[in-house]
Design a protein around this ligand. Structure first.
Ligand code: NAI
Length: 482
């Protein structure tokens, strides 16, 4: 039991509420809970020191407590300044056996509404371990790659003997990171190099983080192996799609309470997130227009019955705009200048560079006003207002509570299995980026069927032989796309 926990959360008195919601979530997370039961005796993560950087929600609390139940020590930060649920963070710190006066859970550094300085400080705290050989973790569990990138940048600058001056930063967040790394270079010029030397690997949650990992690997810069959790079928084809189908409209509703039915909504991007987002909006009776750059996804959107258009052709007539691309500069200030009065603008992609908020702020005479936290109006000099959600950061976590438990059970079962794989079979994973084998992906799906009352048909041996698979799977070749 930990009595001298270091942590920083909003308010430990919220822990009781958090614990109640965690208990409800556990029932909705059969994948995680059966993995907990399966590995309770074996303790495969004993000796693991996991730094997590992932939205500190109720569902993540169940993940954290699963990792701990499998033997891991854990330190946690959120991967977004607005995504923490303060009661979940408090409950994790207090732990099932602790009290707010005597917290006995896991150190968490996260609260809803961090500044960028606080955000990167929290990430640093999650990566900094006292009383260990290297002062760092030996595993990272990442969402979007911020923890992994901080370690890599730290190592790069330590090798060079200096970090660039914060004055050279191209934006505010970059300046904060450079200030942090200049400070750690002075405090301990080997901090990140030492930490990286013991890190066995990272398991990465999302499309954008995976993209960063492949880039680092291709450039020869990746320092440790990575498992791409996002591209487990039971992650990206479920969380990204059905998760966003739930939480996108939840965010819009909680933020604005605007009737979605009858409105024209532009969804930029028709990948997994775009598909789920578009479906939920259509389900509410909206007329949905898709923008895409990829002809395959554009054709899919058309065949699914959506109008496919260019933003510039519909920007003046649509009511709601949602970016889902993981790309930058999707909605520019010049686009927003052309939108209707009280058009709603929001993003559900990982980073806040899809909508040019800095460009909007630079419009001469524009006035920003807070309606409530994470909901702002921007009033142009002619009186036209736009409603911007979560300052352009992912609105399903900023304005609502992210994806619900059942879908996150799939994602986090993959995360837990990936942590066990990398931690216990380190030598089987030379530096590179891997996806979990298909039989584990199928296992995750299997763990969720009973809870939905679904009865799977069993292949007969002759049938299995006829289609060339084993009775127990895997049932599809690796190139199958689902
Ligand atoms: P994806 O790669 O499947 O889809 C993105 C789509 O955007 C692609 O089809 C691409 O062609 C399209 N696109 C790129 N540039 C574009 C442009 N200029 N205009 C229009 N379309 C464009 O990626 P996925 O999995 O859908 O993820 C998208 C983003 O959402 C990523 O940043 C990911 O990390 C994030 N994400 C967020 C979640 C959330 O809960 N908010 C959950 C899962 C993923």
């Amino acid at each position: 039991p930990t009595t001298d926990l270091d942590y920083k959360v909003a308010d430990l008195s919220l822990a009781e509420f958090g614990r109640k919601e965690i208990e409800l979530a556990e029932h909705e997370m059969p994948g995680l809970m059966s993995i907990r039961a399966e590995y309770a005796a074996a303790q495969p993560l004993a000796g693991a020191r996991i730094t997590g950087s992932l939205h500190m929600t109720v569902q993540t609390a169940v993940l954290i407590e699963t990792l701990a139940a499998l033997g891991a020590e854990v330190r946690w930060a959120s991967c977004n300044i607005f995504s923490t649920q303060d009661h979940a963070a408090a409950a994790v710190v207090v732990g099932p056996e602790g009290t707010p006066e005597h917290p006995r859970g896991v150190p968490v550094f996260a609260w809803k509404g961090e500044t960028l300085e606080e955000y990167w400080w929290c990430t640093e705290q999650a990566l900094t371990w006292a009383n260990t050989p290297t002062g760092g973790p030996n595993m990272i569990l990442d969402d979007g790659g911020d923890a992994t990138v901080l370690v890599h940048k730290g190592v790069e600058y330590e090798k060079a003997g200096a970090a660039p001056s914060p004055d050279t930063a191209d934006n505010e967040e970059h300046r904060v990171i450079l200030e942090l790394l200049n400070r750690t270079l002075t405090e301990n010029p080997q901090k990140w190099t030492q930490a990286a030397s013991e890190i066995r690997g990272v398991t990465e949650e999302t499309t954008t983080g995976v993209h960063r990992l492949y880039e680092m690997f291709q450039a020869g810069d990746l320092l440790f192996p990575a498992i791409n959790v996002n591209d487990s079928v039971t992650k990206s084809k479920f969380d990204n799609k059905y998760g966003c189908r739930h939480s996108l409209i939840d965010g819009i509703n909680r933020a604005t309470d605007t009737l979605i039915g009858g409105k024209t909504v532009v969804v930029c991007g028709y990948g997994d997130v775009g598909k789920g987002s578009a479906e939920s909006l259509r389900g509410q009776g909206a007329r949905v227009i898709i923008t895409e750059i990829d002809p395959i996804c554009a054709l899919q959107a058309a065949m699914d019955g959506y109008q496919v258009a260019r933003l510039e052709d519909v920007v003046e007539t649509a009511d709601i705009f949602i970016t889902t691309t993981g790309n930058k500069d999707i909605i520019l200030a010049s686009d927003m200048a052309r939108m209707k009065h009280q058009a709603i603008v929001g993003n559900i992609g990982h980073f806040d560079n899809e909508i040019d908020i800095a460009g909007l702020a630079a419009v001469p005479g524009i006035v920003k006003d807070e309606v409530k936290p994470q909901v702002h109006t921007w009033t142009f000099p002619d009186g036209k207002k736009l409603i911007v959600l979560s300052e352009g950061r992912l609105l399903n976590l900023g304005n609502a509570t992210g994806h619900p438990s059942f879908v996150m059970s799939n994602s986090f079962a993959n995360q837990t299995i990936a942590q066990i794989e990398l931690f216990t079979k380190t030598e089987e994973y030379p530096v590179g980026v891997y996806v979990l084998p298909k039989h584990l992906d199928e296992k995750v799906a299997r763990l969720h069927l009973d809870a939905l009352g679904a009865r799977l048909t069993e292949l007969r041996p002759e049938q299995a032989a006829y289609i060339g698979v084993q009775v127990e799977g895997p049932y599809k070749p690796d190139h199958y796309r689902y």
